[in-house]
Design a protein around this ligand. Structure first.
Ligand SMILES: Cc1cc2nc3c(=O)[nH]c(=O)nc-3n(C[C@H](O)[C@H](O)[C@H](O)COP(=O)(O)OP(=O)(O)OC[C@H]3O[C@@H](n4cnc5c(N)ncnc54)[C@H](O)[C@@H]3O)c2cc1C
Length: 433
C-alpha cells in the first residue's frame, strides 16, 4: 500500500497498457517504480478495445511509433513469458470505389517512406485472402505485418512482468494530485498516502487532462464512446483484421468475431468537452455521419463536482473509479447487420457480448508522449486516439529511453505536448466509412 510506499524514483499514473509497459521497461532496467491505478489493471480502454495491432493508420505521424511497437509485439510473448494470443495475420481496409482506392494509394507513399510495407490488392486478391467474404468491394489496402492479440491478456502480462522486476503496483487507489517544489515535481498524493518522487509519468488515458489541469497543463482531450460486439465461436475463417463498409472484424483465438464500426460513436458532453469545444468541433463536424454528441450521465457527474462541499467535489476520483460506459444498441445492431452482409454463411452466428469503451483522442489523433518542458519531472504518455493497444509496447519503451538513455529511438517531435499550444497540428481528414 502507498502508506508504506513513501518514495519512488518514478511514479506512473494509470494501469492501462501504456502505464504497465512503461513500468515493465523501467523496472527491467532497475528503476524503482510505483504504478498507481484508480480501478483495476486494464479496467478501461486497454481491456475494451478490438485487439488490433495495426500500423495501418490514417495519420502518417503515428507510423514510426506503430512500426516500432509492431516489432516489439512480434517478440513480446517471449519477452514477457506469456501467451498473448498474438497472430500476425495482416490488416486490410476494403475500398468500394475509385475514391477509396485513391485515398489508400496516397497513404501508401508516406507509409513506404517511413519503412512500412503496404500493398494494394485487387478484388480477386482480397477474395483469395478471405474466401468466405462477399460484397461489392473493388480492392483493398493491405499491411501484411499487422497483427492482433488479446487485450485481456496483454496488459496483465506487462503488469505481472513489471512486478517480477520489482515494480510496485497499487490498484483501486487514485492519484488525487501532484505536488511541486521549486517548480518541479516533488510528490504524488494518492487516496492512500503520499509518495515522494522526482518523476511522474501521466498514462491516465481518458483522464490525463484532468490529472494535468491542476498543474496548469492544458491537454486537449476528448473521449469517444465506442461500441464493440463479440459473437459466439465458429470455425477458423481468417487471422486478418479488417475494415469494411461500416464494420470492422477480427476473429480471436477462440473463434469469436470481435466487431465494431457500425456507427454509434458518441461524444458524451462533459466539462472537458466544453473546455475543448473549439479544438474538437471541426473533427466532430467532419465526422458527423458516424459521430454524435450526447448530454447525459457524464455531464451530470461533472456538474456535481462543482457543488461546494458535495461528496463528488471532495472525492472526485472515487466517483470515477469503475467506468463501464453503456453500449450504443442501434450502432451494435448496424454492426451485426453489416457483418452478416459481409459473411452470409455466418448469418446465424449468435452474439455473445456487447460492450463499450471511451477512446481518448487528441485533436490531431496523435499522442502526447514525452516530457513537458515547463514542468521538470512531468511526462505525458497518453492520448493514443484509438491506436494505443497497438502502440502501448513502443510507448512504454520510449518512456524508459527518455528517462534512462541519451534520447528515444524514434523522433518524438510530432508527439510533443507543446504542439497543442502552438497549434502545430497535422491536418486531419474525415473518415469515409
Ligand atoms: C472500443 C475501443 C476499441 C479500440 N480498439 C483499438 C484497437 O483495436 N487497437 C488499438 O491499438 N487501440 C484500440 N483502442 C485504443 C486503445 O485501447 C487505447 O489507446 C489504449 O488502451 C490506451 O492505453 P492507456 O494505457 O493509455 O489508457 P487506458 O487503458 O485507458 O488506461 C488508463 C488508466 O489510467 C487510470 N487512471 C486514470 N486516472 C487516474 C488517476 N487519477 N489515478 C490512478 N489511475 C488513473 C484509469 O483507471 C485507466 O485504467 C480502442 C479503444 C476502445 C475504447
Amino acid at each position: 500500500m502507498p502508506q508504506q510506499e513513501q518514495e519512488a524514483e518514478v511514479v506512473i499514473i494509470g494501469g492501462g497498457i501504456v502505464g504497465c509497459s512503461a513500468a515493465y521497461y523501467l523496472a527491467k532496467r532497475g528503476v524503482q517504480v510505483a504504478l498507481i491505478e484508480k480501478g483495476d489493471i486494464a479496467g478501461e480502454q486497454s481491456s475494451r478495445n478490438w485487439g488490433w495491432v495495426h500500423q495501418q493508420v490514417r495519420h502518417p505521424q503515428i507510423i514510426p511509433l506503430a512500426v516500432m511497437s509492431t516489432e516489439i509485439w512480434a517478440g513480446l510473448e517471449q519477452e514477457l513469458g506469456a501467451d498473448l494470443e498474438w497472430e500476425q495475420g495482416g490488416n486490410f481496409s476494403l475500398g468500394f470505389d475509385d475514391e477509396d482506392m485513391a485515398d489508400f494509394e496516397s497513404w501508401c507513399q508516406p507509409a513506404h517512406e517511413l519503412g512500412l510495407e503496404t500493398a494494394m490488392l485487387t478484388r480477386d486478391e482480397v477474395a483469395g485472402l478471405v474466401p468466405a467474404m462477399s460484397g461489392p468491394w473493388v480492392g483493398a489496402i493491405h499491411v501484411p505485418s499487422d497483427g492482433q492479440a488479446s487485450p485481456q491478456l496483454a496488459t496483465a502480462a506487462f503488469a505481472a512482468a513489471a512486478e517480477r522486476h520489482g515494480a510496485r503496483i497499487h490498484t483501486r487507489c487514485a492519484v488525487e494530485r501532484i505536488e511541486l517544489s521549486a517548480g518541479a515535481v516533488a510528490a504524488v498524493v494518492t487516496e492512500q498516502g503520499r509518495i515522494r518522487t522526482g518523476q511522474v509519468v501521466c498514462a491516465a488515458g481518458a483522464w490525463s487532462a484532468r490529472v494535468a489541469r491542476p498543474l496548469g497543463l492544458k491537454l486537449p482531450q476528448q473521449s469517444v464512446r465506442s461500441t464493440v460486439v463479440r459473437t459466439a465461436p465458429t470455425e477458423p475463417v481468417t487471422t486478418a483484421t479488417a475494415w469494411g463498409d461500416q464494420v470492422t472484424f477480427r476473429q480471436d483465438r477462440q473463434g469469436r468475431f470481435v466487431l465494431a464500426g457500425g456507427g454509434g460513436a458518441v461524444y458524451d458532453l462533459n466539462l472537458d468537452m466544453l473546455r475543448n469545444l473549439r479544438q474538437f468541433l471541426p473533427m466532430a463536424w467532419r465526422n458527423r455521419r458516424w459521430l454524435s454528441i450526447r448530454a447525459g450521465g457524464p455531464l451530470l457527474r461533472d456538474l456535481r463536482t462543482l457543488v461546494p462541499g458535495s461528496p463528488s467535489r471532495r472525492h472526485a476520483w472515487a466517483h470515477l473509479r469503475d467506468i463501464d460506459p453503456a453500449p450504443h444498441r442501434q450502432g451494435a445492431r448496424r454492426t451485426i447487420e453489416r457483418f452478416r452482409e459481409l459473411f452470409p454463411s455466418l448469418a446465424q452466428l449468435p452474439v455473445e457480448h456487447v460492450w463499450a469503451g471511451n477512446i481518448d483522442s487528441t485533436p490531431d489523433q496523435a499522442p502526447a508522449l514525452g516530457p513537458v518542458d515547463s514542468l521538470p519531472g512531468f511526462m505525458f504518455a497518453t492520448g493514443f486516439s484509438g491506436h494505443g493497444f497497438a502502440m502501448g509496447p513502443g510507448a512504454g519503451k520510449v518512456v524508459s529511453e527518455l528517462l534512462l538513455d541519451e534520447g528515444p529511438s524514434i523522433d518524438l517531435r510530432r508527439y510533443r505536448f507543446a504542439r497543442f499550444a502552438e497549434n502545430d497540428l497535422a491536418p486531419m481528414k474525415a473518415r469515409r466509412r
